[in-house]
Design a protein around this ligand. Structure first.
Ligand SMILES: [Zn+2]
Length: 368
């Protein structure tokens, strides 16, 4: 969980977080319901009534979104896929699933569970609105019925990474046996749909309708398709490569007792390393940054490298049999350009994050 979310608690063993934008949207939603939607639909109530209706409807809409996300997560759990957490944003949520355990069949069911949940809720709320003879029940239930219907249908649009796009991808994946190709087609469909929404929205605005909402949603969906595609390909490609296949053995390291005044700083540039391993024999003991070396050489002439290195215990290292996706994630989390590759405490080489990304670019272009 990142810092922009707060922890809400655990439901069926799944951690639920709220993104900070959520509060803003719930307030905005309650306000717009109380100030315009309910007064237009039900003109004879008091202001307080509208606010109570607005707040209840907004909270129940939140519960509906949570229900949608929970059904993805619980279906995933049924298939033994680990669910880390759910983070709820303003109009939806993201369930953090261990995607490597997916098969076409599992992805199909996990993805379709959400829209089925929303459409079932829509049905239940329609029934409540129809059957319960109370104006308040009817007001809230018919609003929630409509919103859940929209939520269910919008998510069924076959553009990746929406649920419908994932269902579409699962079907393509099953047919082609090629996850990368399936992802590409589903993401392109997502982008095409997004462009259609934007054009539709602009046309709507020109003819005096509610177009802006579609334009914004279209832009959001377009960006989402593009970014998720990139992330997914990164994962698919890098997971197939082991660290030992790409480890860089032509690197610069320093021995523990090197005096930094002896180092020729300029000659280090050719290695393109922001960090250099510090070793004693073959054992790695730490790393030292290029910036620190430069600074110390300017101001303090005689200091041993041992004094300014970061201990190996404080950084993540890469193993030979680790896959490159896990490696690139460690490199990003550590905010270092390179990480040492270590086998039983011995330094084998280094891995550069940038070289992994170019490897990915090369691979992802092959498929198009
Ligand atoms: Zn969903």
């Amino acid at each position: 969980m990142d810092k922009s979310s707060i922890h809400l608690g655990k439901i069926f063993g799944v951690e639920v977080n709220l993104h900070f934008t959520w509060f803003l949207i719930v307030l905005l939603l309650a306000w717009s319901l109380a100030a315009s939607y309910f007064p237009v639909q039900y003109p004879d109530l008091t202001k307080i009534n509208y606010w109570v209706l607005g707040i209840i409807a907004a909270v129940l809409l939140f519960a509906s979104v949570l229900f949608h996300e929970m059904s993805h997560s619980l279906t995933a759990k049924y298939f033994n896929i680990k669910v880390d957490s759910i983070t709820l944003f303003f109009f939806g949520g993201v369930a953090q699933l261990k995607e490597d355990k997916f098969t076409p069949k599992k992805e199909f069911w996990v993805s379709i569970a959400g829209p089925i949940a929303s459409l079932s809720l829509a049905g239940i709320f329609f029934l409540v609105a129809y059957l319960v003879p109370s104006l308040y029940f009817e007001a809230i239930a018919s609003y929630l019925a409509r919103l859940n219907l929209i939520l269910g249908l919008f998510n069924l649009v076959p553009g990746f990474p929406l649920d419908g796009g994932r269902i579409f991808r699962a079907v393509l994946w099953q047919k082609t046996k090629n996850l990368q190709k399936a992802t590409y087609i589903a993401a392109e469909t997502g982008k095409a749909f997004a462009i259609f929404m934007i054009i539709f929205g602009i046309a709507g605005m020109l003819f005096g309708g509610m177009g802006l909402w579609y334009v914004l949603l279209g832009i959001f969906l377009y960006t989402l398709s593009k970014e998720t595609y990139k992330q997914t390909i990164l994962k698919i490609v890098l997971e197939k490569v082991k660290v030992k296949e790409v480890v860089n053995k032509k690197f610069k390291s320093f021995s523990l007792d090197t005096n930094i005044s002896r180092i020729n700083i300029k000659s280090l540039l050719k290695y393109q390393q922001d960090y250099f391993p510090v070793v004693k024999g073959k054992k790695i003991l730490g790393v030292v940054s290029y910036i620190k070396l430069t600074k110390f050489q300017q101001f303090v002439k005689t200091v041993k490298i041992q004094k300014i290195m970061i201990s190996i215990k404080k950084i993540k290292v890469l193993g030979l049999d680790e896959d490159c996706y896990s490696a690139v994630r460690k490199i990003m989390r550590q905010k270092m350009g390179v990480l040492p590759v270590v086998d039983k405490g011995n330094l084998i080489g280094i891995l550069n994050g940038n070289s992994l990304v170019s490897l990915m670019d090369l691979e992802s272009q092959k498929k198009k």
